[in-house]
Design a protein around this ligand. Structure first.
Ligand code: 5RP
Length: 232
């Protein structure tokens, strides 16, 4: 039985998508890569949101059996709204994944996680033979960390321990990410907190050093992942 009129039908995640035209161009590029039968991992953020619109259009035109594995509730609800079938990593392995990024350097190393979904995003990328990262030119940087801090998802009671360890690793500024539509800190979909940590220099082993701190679930630093970056 259908729910009838409901909130998901009318959901709009943002009225104000920065660089919307550029993001729509890469969204079209990704929809052109979809084929009948594909199981596709989808990251989070506004670029992924626009790409899902392009994929939904393609599904309508072709009647192809495409399934999405979403990295967040936001993206899952978008799939419901657009009528795109979904599955999970427990059912299927993705044929490929697409995602956005906040910063990408010349070696395709990235900072992600402005949307707080980096744990499941990394999980999708690790499970996919092929990953496309969709960005507009504003995301290209010469040095990681020049615009964004590194988001670090942490188990709540590890807050002060992780803060201390990040400072010992050279973090120059650490903030507890605060929520906008509730009082207090952001609680992730996994029930955790997010610290945003700035480092003056980010080397190739920082991702694994941060991950080794007890209490850290995942960071938004992606060093050395095999991804193809599509820039509009
Ligand atoms: C969410 C992410 C996003 O991919 C990243 O923040 C880019 O977002 P947008 O496409 O809205 O610019 O990592 O956790």
């Amino acid at each position: 039985m259908d729910w009838g009129e409901n909130l998901i039908e009318g959901l709009k995640w943002s009225d104000n998508i920065i660089n919307r035209e550029g993001k729509e161009r890469v969204a079209e590029m990704i929809a052109a890569k979809a084929s009948d039968g594909d199981v596709i991992g989808a990251g989070s953020g506004s670029t992924v949101y626009l790409a899902l619109y392009a994929i939904a259009k393609k599904i309508k035109e072709t009647d192809w059996a495409i399934q999405i594995i979403p990295s967040s509730l936001e993206i899952s609800m978008t799939c419901i709204q657009l009528g795109i079938p979904q599955t999970t990593l427990l059912n299927k392995k993705p044929d490929w994944t697409f995602d956005g990024a906040d910063e990408v350097d010349s070696n395709n190393n990235m900072i992600k996680g402005r949307g707080g979904a980096m744990f499941k995003e990394k999980l999708l990328i690790c499970n996919s033979k092929k990953t496309y990262i969709l960005i507009d030119k504003s995301k290209l940087v010469s040095n990681l960390g020049q615009n964004f801090p590194i988001p670090v998802e942490i188990f709540p009671s590890s807050l002060l321990y992780v803060e201390n360890e990040l400072r010992n690793m050279g973090a120059t500024e650490i903030n507890l990410r605060l929520a906008k539509g509730k009082d207090g800190a952001i609680i992730t979909e996994n029930g955790n907190l997010i610290l945003d940590a700035r480092f003056t220099s980010i080397d190739n082993i920082l991702e694994s050093r941060i991950k080794s701190i007890t209490g850290v679930i995942e960071s938004g630093l992606f060093i050395g992942y095999d991804v193809e970056v599509l820039v509009s």
